[in-house]
Design a protein around this ligand. Structure first.
Ligand code: SPV
Ligand code: MN
Length: 660
């Protein structure tokens, strides 16, 4: 009996060995076919660069899209200064970027109807039986793959394909994710060289063992203005299973720069499986007393002051848009997967934003997009505090005031979502920890939205769970020009991440709650609102007041100032803000301003809670129960406070907490 069993085992093992060696041979043959094809299409120099990376999956991926998309030419970038220079020159030569008067500056225009993220045509490719919930746009995986591959057939004819390697996050770090981008847009390739850390050497080093994200982009057929012509076939399809994103017939950065919001969607999913987080957050160092630096992350919906906060005078920046967060030794550590900024230029002026203003006026490498180019080849945008030009060229062609589009709408001087793209090394207040492979320890988390009538300018939550739910999950903001669609509509936007979620919303919140639950000392959570208005409709704050809120949060993070407890959290005491306004802005801060800004608006807050509850009841089917419980408790505290103090509760009426 034993002999028979032993014999059977040997037969099975031999058969397996045979299969393995046949598979090995087939792989080898396939690999040879792939490599021969690549050699023929890439030419010696580019082939040599690619074959230094010992990774069959990578070679096959590139071969597949070279064959399918059929570019005229392929360029493999090693990220060397020569390769990076070549890409920029090609973007200019092809007419996707034009040189401006100031050295280093170029302008790129996206098509008139291609000015923002296309939420409608951005979809997850989901296999049958997988459902990510109502907030997530999806299409059947097989169907979607077929559609996108059909669209991509021959799409790069007449174009050059760039093959680029990057590393999301610092090199050689537990946080980092290698990524490969294929694009036929010199503008996209150039932007990525400014925004991401080069990863070619990382791919060479890791060889066979590298696991990486993949992005394929084609701007598609271009018109005379060098903008994508077939906008009706604009598609951004995300395949979580294969960690690949396809983007076609579009140029706007949010749809095309694979490593930005496309990688972010893949990373949210990956992080959720592996126990870390990807957030739509800046990372900045807030400078406290005695040279202390406390790092904060901040999540704000697009166009709500995220970049301008991260670049405030007196503080230092690690990133303005995306953060990877991991728990280590009882604290949260964060890195920025990017190293550059694709920032909103609208409203930037010399008084409120001196640092970025200076950078934008220096002869360094900057891509401006969808701004107005003046006769002198300078740049102008809405809110720039210099004499306004009366004509110029922008994303709709030649522009003069009063110009209207085909629908009869007046075309503004620059697009509200016009942007600048630069490497953060150009910024004076870059934080020295940007490339620390360990990341920085996070001392506080901030949520901000565009809220004209409810939330106070700054407030601290009672604890982690209360903050995650009432400030993060309940974040509500007015829609902006960063995504196509109507602006100014109030929308619940959990952690400002709703547009990018690749897991069910309830699971995302549950993960979030668990993330802080076992921390030795979870960072305090704050909310800010830069957009509060008084009863006459005037903003209650100056743009620079946010500098004071940050200093207050920094002190709270170290338990160095007291606060007043309201039904919704802890708010600053007037005397502390008065001192900080004087120290930071050299400004008086009268009590009447304080009362206007920090009055608890009970009716409005209750109405907001109802909207949040409605969202989680109807739009999120897997909402954790605790979300409703914590919101209900908040509601009851407000109702009780209203019985005692009325609908508008002045902070002067509330008592101090003894706890700091
Ligand atoms: C945003 O809109 O949040 C951005 C720019 O940071 S985009 O790349 O369009 O997402
Ligand atoms: Mn963003």
């Amino acid at each position: 009996m034993l002999f028979i069993l032993f014999g059977l085992l040997i037969i099975v093992m031999k058969a397996e060995e045979g299969t393995r060696s046949r598979r090995g041979k087939r792989w080898k043959m396939e690999d040879k076919r792939t490599m021969d094809m690549l050699k023929a299409r890439l030419g010696d120099e580019n082939y040599r660069k690619l074959s230094r990376i010992d990774n069959q999956e990578l070679h096959q991926f590139i071969a597949r899209y070279v064959e399918l998309c059929n570019p005229d030419k392929v360029f493999v970038s090693t990220g060397s200064p020569e390769d990076v220079y070549y890409i920029r020159q090609e973007a200019i030569r092809a007419g996707e970027e034009k040189e401006l008067a100031m050295e280093g500056h170029t302008v790129h225009f996206d098509g008139y109807y291609d000015q923002a993220r296309d939420k409608k045509n951005t979809k997850f490719l989901l296999p049958a039986g997988v459902d990510l919930g109502a907030n997530i746009n999806a299409v059947d995986r097989e169907e979607g793959l077929k559609e996108i591959h059909d669209t991509m057939r021959g799409i790069m004819q007449g174009h050059q394909l760039y093959v680029l390697f990057f590393c999301l996050g610092p090199l050689n770090s537990q946080f980092s994710i290698p990524a490969v981008q294929l694009t036929d847009s010199g503008y996209v390739a150039h932007s990525e060289d400014l925004l991401y850390r080069q990863g070619y050497e990382e791919f060479v080093r890791l060889g066979k063992s590298v696991r990486f994200f993949k992005f394929v982009h084609s701007a598609g057929a271009l018109d005379e203005e060098m903008t994508s012509k077939n906008i009706d076939k604009r598609r951004v399809y995300i395949d979580l299973e294969d960690e690949t994103v396809y983007s076609v017939n579009t140029q706007y950065g949010g749809n095309t720069i694979g490593l930005k919001k496309l990688a972010m969607r893949l990373a949210i999913n990956k992080g959720s499986k592996e126990g870390w987080r990807t957030e739509h957050m800046f990372i900045m160092g807030v400078h406290g007393p005695s040279k202390r630096v406390t790092y904060f992350t901040g999540a704000f919906p697009s166009l709500c002051g995220k970049t301008s906060t991260s670049m405030l005078l007196g503080e230092t920046i690690i990133g303005d848009d995306i953060a990877y967060l991991r728990k280590r030794d009882g604290v949260i550590r964060a890195v920025n997967p990017e190293k550059g900024i694709f920032g909103i230029i609208h409203g930037i002026n010399s008084e409120d934003d001196p640092l970025i203003w200076k950078t934008l006026h220096s002869p360094d490498e900057i891509i401006f997009s969808n701004i107005l180019v003046t006769e002198e080849k300078g740049v102008y945008w809405i809110g720039k505090n210099e004499a306004q030009p009366t004509k110029g060229i922008h994303h709709s062609g030649e522009w003069t005031p009063g110009k209207r589009d085909a629908e009869g709408n007046e075309i503004s001087l620059s697009h509200p979502n016009a942007r600048f793209t630069l490497d953060m090394r150009l910024i004076e207040n870059l934080d020295p920890e940007l490339d620390n492979p360990e990341g920085v320890v996070i001392g506080g988390i901030i949520y901000g939205g565009r809220d004209s009538d409810t939330k106070v300018p700054v407030e601290e939550s009672f604890d982690w769970v209360h903050g995650v739910i009432t400030m993060g999950a309940a974040l509500e903001s007015e829609t902006t020009a960063a995504a196509l669609g109507k602006e100014g509509v109030q929308k619940i936007n959990p952690m400002s991440n709703l547009d990018f979620l690749s897991i069910p919303t309830g699971k995302y919140i549950e993960d979030y709650l668990n993330f802080g639950a076992k921390l030795r000392n979870p960072p305090p959570i704050f909310s800010v609102n830069y957009f509060l208005r008084d009863s006459e409709g005037n903003l209650t704050n100056d743009k620079t007041d946010k500098r004071v809120w940050l200093k207050w949060m920094e002190l709270r993070s170290h338990h160095e100032v007291e606060a007043i407890t309201t039904p919704t959290g802890h708010i600053p005491k007037h005397e502390d803000l008065k001192r900080l306004f004087r120290e930071v802005l050299d400004k008086e801060y009268p009590n009447k301003d304080y009362v206007k800004q920090f009055t608890v608006r009970v009716a409005e807050t209750l109405a907001k809670i109802e909207r949040v509850m409605e969202f989680y009841k109807t739009k999120v089917l897997d909402t954790p129960k605790i979300v409703f419980e914590v919101l209900e408790e908040q509601k009851q505290r407000l109702i009780l406070a209203r019985e005692n103090y009325g609908d508008y509760i002045s902070p002067n009426k509330l008592s101090f907490t003894k706890k700091v």
